[in-house]
Design a protein around this ligand. Structure first.
Ligand code: G3P
Length: 224
């Protein structure tokens, strides 16, 4: 299992047309270039692009989703075993744009860990953060859905949700690490997120939709 050192930056490609197919490889190569400056950057392309991206870069490639299904008759499910074999080092689970119920989340986390995939469990408030921490993922990522894509960073708009989430996680599962996301795009947003106690950020539009993603990534890491 790859070791992610704080601060961790997770770039979620979502289904943005700027980061699909060969453009996903180009975006991942930009992240690889910036990561060479000594920071752990994870990329999360669409599932069909995982193998293509993982074969062309040396930074961790995560899936945007994994199911709790195992081998057998589970048509259309995404298994942890197949993701591992495609070169995934981990998976985001329960993103607000790909919500699961608690039983499916628990199954997905367990199957992911059986295949040595690192798990980032997304939550939307302090209560769900506390509940998800009890499922022992590697990371919990607090992301208020109303700020996603807004360009208004959670570290500025709602710092309390980050500090309270960190507190809740440390009370329930001290070994679980906390990320935050939504509206993060600049170096000051990342610095603020770290000062609030998180170990890194999840982000998407601020980089993927930037005129110059390389410059946007450089700006993101300039203060750490
Ligand atoms: O997974 C991170 C994502 O939901 C945040 O989106 O566009 O606000 O950076 P964005």
């Amino acid at each position: 299992m790859v070791k992610l050192e704080s601060p961790v930056i997770v770039l979620n490609f979502k289904t943005y047309s700027q980061a699909v197919g060969e453009k996903a490889v180009e975006m991942a190569k930009i992240c690889e270039e910036v990561a060479a400056q000594g920071i752990d950057i994870v990329v999360a392309p669409q599932i069909p692009d995982i193998y293509r991206v993982a074969s062309r870069v040396n930074i961790p490639v995560f899936s945007q989703h994994v199911d709790g299904a195992g081998a057998g008759s589970f048509t259309g499910h995404i298994t942890a075993e197949a993701l591992r074999g495609s070169g995934s080092a981990g998976s985001i689970i329960n993103h607000s744009e790909r919500r699961l119920n608690i039983a499916d989340i628990d199954a997905a986390v367990q199957k992911a860990h059986e295949s040595e995939l690192i798990t980032i469990l997304c939550t939307n408030n302090v209560n769900t953060t506390a509940a998800c921490a009890a499922l022992s993922p590697d990371f919990v990522a607090i992301e208020p859905p109303q700020l996603i894509g807004s360009g208004i960073p959670v570290s500025k708009a709602d710092p309390g949700i980050v500090t309270d989430s960190v507190k809740a996680v440390k009370q329930i599962s001290p070994g679980v690490r906390v990320l935050c996301g939504a509206g993060i795009s600049k170096g000051e947003d990342l610095k603020a997120a770290i000062e609030l106690g998180s170990e890194g950020v999840l982000l998407a539009s601020g980089i993927i939709k930037a005129k110059d993603p390389r410059a946007a990534m450089q700006d993101l890491i300039k203060l750490i």
